[in-house]
Write a new protein. Sequence first.
Length: 521
Amino acid sequence: VHRDLPLFLSLMNDQHRSLTRSLISHSVSVSEILAVRELDVDGGTKDDGRWQKMPQKLTEAYPYAFTVSYVERARQHRWQCSDVTFHCSEGALRQQWIQTIREQLTALSMADRPKHLLVYINPHGGKQQGECIYEQKVAPLFACASISTDVIVTEHANHARDHLKTEAELKKYDGVVCVGGDGMFSEIVHGLVSRTQRENGVDQNSPEEKLVPCSLRIGIIPAGSTDCICYATVGINDPVTSALHVIVGDSQPMDVCSVHHNNTFLRYSSSLLGYGFYGDVLADSERKRWMGPARYNFSGFKTFLTHHHYEGAVSFLPATDILGTPRDKTRCRAGCFICQHDGPNLCFCSIPEYEMGWGVVRGKFLAINAASMSCACPRSPKGLSPAAHLADGTTDLILVRKCSRFNFLRHLLRHTSKDDQFDMTFVEVHRVRRFRFTPRHWQNDSELDLRENGKQLFSQICRDHPACSCSPAYSSWNCDGEILPHAAIEVGVHCQLIKLFTRGIEEQPLFEDLANPPCAL
Ligand SMILES: CCCCCCCCCCCCC/C=C/[C@@H](O)[C@H](CO)NC(=O)CCCCCCCCCCCCCCC
Ligand SMILES: Nc1ncnc2c1ncn2[C@@H]1O[C@H](COP(=O)(O)OP(=O)(O)OP(=O)(O)O)[C@@H](O)[C@H]1O
Ligand SMILES: [Ca+2]
């Protein structure tokens, strides 16, 4: 720009000033431009306050200016919006630049950038900051990018789900955005998936049914307690970063598990299905919602101390003909090769499911976890299954057998370090397409009645098994942060059923500092 056209580049913040001094050129891909607007140099009023007046001599020589807002990468996957202002001496030249950039942006909008979004805000998620986060950090960015929105602040749980399922005029929108945590995201998934199946005549109650993928993309503005879906798909739980991924029109397919009990649909899961430890943590933490995000630490500690185990059988259909394994060192990242290979392999081939292919593991378990994605979150940046993939059509089934408290603690601690949490004698992990769990004392339909008479059953089991450590017969399933009413479930992975407004976690530059070079002078 400097050399070829008579434009003068005026960079607006300190970081930029250091860039002019240290870089010969700085390029921004058009796909990462958010907006372009004229700038009134004399008044200096059309910008958002970051405008600093140019020396008078320069403004006289270059009185025509325009500002380009674009995505800038910061540390740890964070994106922010930056402005760069160009000055020139002729109004016609400025118009030519603005028009050309706008034409390019219009072409992108025609392709994959959203123009009209439906936004649901949970005012009670996480630290109860949803509305404030949206108004202060996200709405101004959507406005800057000329995205129009219909905003609904939810009034009760399942408001967003039910609105999407039945009422929402989905044809009007290019995507749905939720402001909240994993629970809010789950509501959106349930609303959109159920609606799509109904409109296509698919029966959700049949575990074997192939579900129809949803066409609308989902954006998550993180404002919850765990924000695991956001963290594991973007690399950070930051509202501005997520909003920018929506604006540039990113798209990331994602697997969804369906959970059934006796040919009845229960729920969908896109992150964690956990029985035993994570089920018990959730059940306890639900009674302590008033504690906010800290409830999970409290209930986690308590559940760790109670150290209950649960008996049952897990049968599973291993995913064959795939490249990835749960013990891989490679990670699912933007443009993931494994997802591109394994996903279509499972999505589009109808592999016959021979009963013979199923494996069975029986025993006493502290935890049975199915992670359809890494489940990375601030608590465990590598997640429950670090090598799991977002869109490969599989879930990683992690079985933690009964062991000592000390060993279980070692296993838990490894979620927070580089050590392999699967490399322990009492832990096994399988990459699967389907699985079933049957608790030891489960008797078909009478299961619920038995659970209701839990006390009776509990004392009965203790009498029958005098050596038992008085663990209750059943735990609960934690299904993406919701408790399921049944212990015996059947789970199937639906490959790439939904799409998110992200691109997956971007690889970090080898030397991150090179992305933001220090001032050379
Ligand atoms: C000693 C430290 C060990 C730390 C081990 C941390 C492993 C954490 C793995 C987190 C996986 C989260 C998976 C995400 C699930 C979401 O779909 C769901 C909805 O938001 N979140 C939860 O269910 C919320 C689940 C929250 C679970 C929190 C578990 C906290 C365990 C604390 C154990 C303390 C033992 C201390 C002994 C001295
Ligand atoms: N207006 C509302 N009032 C009460 N509950 C709501 C409302 N809107 C949504 N919910 C419910 O609140 C629950 C929790 O919301 P959300 O996921 O946003 O936050 P969180 O639980 O703090 O975060 P996380 O799921 O990440 O742990 C969801 O299951 C959702 O169904
Ligand atoms: Ca997966």
